[in-house]
Ligand binder design. Structure first.
Ligand code: XIL
Length: 369
């Protein structure tokens, strides 16, 4: 009896074992992959290449990145930029009323750490108060000058580079629906912005900043704008900021290289100003992903190849800035497709630190060279 029962017993046990293992393999891990609590200082490691920056908050919307993140996390960055609080709508919400507090926090904190500061941004079609571009061209022009002299003037000598004008073109020409273009009736507002920024802070490097610059059509449009408006020769343009809101597959390393060369060949500096890798590729229909081992690896590979390319081009690149610090605070958690969905949350994983503020594998990869 017993002799016959034994094989049955083992067969059942084996089945249960196979079944439960099978389930484990099929269901994703419940927790994100464990992060690294000990990590090198990326700012120091890249000191001979270029500053490594992060976009931060200075208390606007209730968050101050310098007190919110652990000290050892914040201190790995050698450059900071305001994610929002220096934008026209936040820093001068009403004519003559300036909200300096958050911007001051960032500039002071950066200086206390010996980090450089990028200024973002003086003239943009978005997050710009309606009053500034209302009325006639001359009224708008006077307000632009007053705004730039006040904001860039307040931090004279303390900002390494200003994004003077942000996103002034589409893939094929000037962004004609920008309120600045509309009130001026042409693109000469861009020249004015650079002239006023130079007047306010002649020591800051003046940048034109945009997204999608790696696409050949937009790259050419920007090149044509710079040439047509004589921004470099007559208006103090020092470089082009490439936002770098990218994903796991786009752009190719060839496109990035071609973009660096295009502007470097024009005698301009190149900065990667808003780097983040979107694991959904901008597709709002994809369900929330878990940070699996495979995804960690894919992110590490992607950031690894990008940073290797950046290091090879160190002579042409003067700043590389992440658009945030950790995955718990990134605009990509709330920005799907090309429209805002501020009421919806979908966890994204673009940042060098995870939601527990531990270094991700990608961080280890880009500091291992
Ligand atoms: C984004 C911020 O990250 C968000 O918090 C805000 O709601 C909208 O703006 N290009 C830019 C940045 O130049 O200023 C934008 O920042 C992202 C796209």
């Amino acid at each position: 009896m017993r002799k016959n029962a034994r094989p049955m017993y083992w067969a059942t046990a084996a089945l249960i074992l196979v079944f439960s293992f099978g389930c484990d393999l099929l269901s994703p891990p419940k927790e994100p992959a464990t992060g690294f609590t000990e990590f090198g200082n990326i700012g120091e490691l890249y000191e001979s290449y270029f500053p490594i920056g992060a976009a931060v908050s200075g208390g606007e919307y209730g968050t101050n990145s310098f007190t919110y993140y652990p000290a050892n996390v914040v201190s790995v960055f050698s450059s900071f930029v305001a994610e929002n609080c220096m934008k026209p709508a936040l820093i001068q919400p009403e004519e003559g009323t300036f909200e300096w507090d958050a911007a001051d926090v960032i500039v002071d904190a950066a200086e206390a750490r010996g980090a450089v500061v990028r200024g973002h941004t003086l003239v943009w079609h978005s997050q710009s108060p309606a009053w500034m571009t209302a009325g006639t061209k001359e009224e708008a022009r006077a307000r632009m000058r007053a705004h730039i002299l006040a904001v860039a003037g307040r931090y004279t000598g303390r900002i390494s580079a200003w994004d003077v004008v942000n996103e002034a073109v589409t893939d094929y020409g000037y962004r004609t629906d920008s309120p600045w273009y509309t009130v001026y009736g042409d693109a000469s507002y861009i020249q004015d912005a650079f002239d006023y920024a130079y007047e306010a802070d002649p020591d800051a490097k003046l940048f034109y900043n945009d997204y999608g610059v790696v696409n050949a059509s937009k790259r050419n449009t920007i090149k044509n704008m710079i040439t047509e408006l004589r921004l470099k020769e007559d208006h103090h343009l020092a470089g082009v900021g490439i936002q770098a809101h990218w994903n796991l597959n786009w752009p190719s390393l060839n496109e990035i290289q071609a973009t660096i060369d295009t502007f470097s060949d024009m005698g301009l500096e190149v900065q990667f100003t808003e780097l983040d890798i979107d694991v959904y590729g901008g597709d709002g229909s994809i369900a929330e992903k878990v940070l699996t081992d495979d995804l960690e690896e894919a992110l590490a590979d992607r950031y690894g190849e990008i940073f290797a390319l950046f290091r090879q081009n160190a002579e042409k690149i003067t700043n590389v800035t992440f658009w945030g610090i950790a995955d718990d605070h990134t605009w990509l958690n709330r920005f799907w497709d090309s429209t805002y969905h501020n009421d919806e949350f979908r966890q994204n994983y673009p940042m060098p630190f995870n939601t527990n503020h531990e270094a991700k594998r990608l961080y280890m990869r880009i500091t291992d060279f």
